[in-house]
Design a protein around this ligand. Structure first.
Ligand SMILES: [Zn+2]
Length: 394
């Protein structure tokens, strides 16, 4: 008897497949892979619903006790079709033990980029005092939480760094040498100037808020990609969307994409306020914005699955393959008019949307989203109560 069978899911290329899941892993996959097999639970998608590896949101704020930017992992995660959320620096060395402990209660997989400031984002200017960047505390915390801490976070904008210029970033690059983890750098208002920061980044480092419309945008005055950014991309520096409350400009993104600067990862920078009041709402909503900017659906899905898994060094995630983690997102790609608003109030009218239907984490936790109220998703041997978070496994 297998744990879970998913029948007749539609890949983005149109292929209809079955999935067989045991002990949290995909044990068989392919057309008719589940024919003749039995399972404790069975979901039949009737060839109608799309299926992909579980979506990974590489930039969120989900440390519920953080004073400024906070949310519940399961609200931005499994209830929204997202199976893995990465907190981007809400916690530093001082709070990481507590964050780790509370995150274990979530059904969604939670990982953290550890803020180089030991305070994390307890205040808006965590890098204004160089004494708060304590390498020993940082390395201790990263060692204690190896596997949970998957990167370093440095928020490099004027309101965060005070008078410190490039110093926090220079220090972060030294700290990174001890553990080899990716460094995520937030860009916003200068100083420091974007070019000076980008020149310090190396292969695998991540520029988040990459399409912000502030003066530190990746485009120059004539609308072309800044030379330093071109060089960084050639070195293997990564572009991450990190939409957030202030950091996605449609006009910047459209122009950058025209010049071939496609995002490697599409993330939300979601937290409670911009989830409830916009302009972020959900990872799916950010993905929809890029769909209507002309990026193909398959490319967008790669950004939130295999690209994110590779760039965040999570090799068991992001792929629908035998032996990989059974994290799965079920969704629709629906032709439907939608008004889309970026972080600067620019409006675009879209014609197609990503609509998450359900998320399955480790083959165990199955949550249907609120969108499921209007569709038919049957789970054998269980009762489907169609509320926002409905863990059918319990
Ligand atoms: Zn953020």
């Amino acid at each position: 008897m297998n744990d879970l069978i998913i029948k007749q899911g539609k890949l983005i290329n149109g292929t209809i497949i079955d999935l067989v899941i045991n002990d949290g892993k995909i044990t068989a996959i392919g057309p008719f892979a589940a024919t003749g097999l039995n399972a404790i639970k069975e979901i039949d998608l009737h060839g109608h619903y799309h299926i992909s590896a579980g979506w990974i949101d590489a930039h969120t704020h989900c440390y519920p006790q953080s004073p400024l930017y906070f949310d519940e992992p399961d609200l931005i995660g499994i209830a929204s079709g997202v199976t893995t959320v990465v907190d981007a620096g809400s916690a530093g060395a001082d709070d990481i033990d507590h964050f780790y402990a509370v995150s274990r209660k979530a059904k969604t997989h939670v990982y953290a980029f550890l803020n180089i400031a030991r305070t994390g984002i307890r205040s808006q200017n965590e890098l204004a005092d160089m004494n708060s960047i304590d390498n020993e505390q940082f390395q201790d915390a990263a060692r204690r939480h190896k596997g949970f801490v998957i990167g370093l976070k440095a928020r490099m904008s004027k309101s965060v760094i005070g008078e410190n210029g490039l110093l926090p970033l220079l220090k972060a690059k030294i700290m990174q040498k001890t553990n080899g983890l990716p460094l995520m750098v937030h860009i916003g208002n200068p100083p420091p100037n974007l070019e000076a920061m980008v020149d310090l980044l190396t292969k695998g480092d991540i520029i988040t808020h990459c399409f912000n419309g502030k003066p530190n945008r990746i485009l120059d005055g004539t609308g072309k990609l800044k030379h330093a950014v071109q060089k960084a991309l050639a070195r293997g520096v990564i572009l991450d969307v990190g939409h957030g409350t202030e950091s996605l400009s449609f006009s910047v993104a459209e122009q950058a994409i025209k010049f071939g600067a496609h995002p490697h990862m599409i993330s939300s920078d979601i937290y409670q306020r911009n989830r409830v009041g916009g302009p972020v709402y959900s990872l799916a909503s950010v993905m929809t914005k890029f769909l209507n900017m002309g990026l193909p659906a398959e490319y967008i899905l790669n950004c939130v699955t295999i690209n994110a898994a590779n760039l965040l060094h999570l090799p068991q995630k992001g792929r629908l393959e035998r032996g990989c983690d059974a994290d799965i997102t079920i969704f629709e790609l629906k032709d439907q008019r939608i008004e889309l608003v970026d972080a600067e109030g620019q409006v675009r009218i879209g014609s197609q949307q990503f609509i998450p239907i359900a998320a399955i984490v480790s083959g165990t936790h199955i949550a249907v989203t609120e969108n499921t109220a209007t569709v038919d998703l049957t789970v054998k041997n269980t009762t489907a109560d169609r509320s926002a978070i409905n863990d059918l496994s319990q």
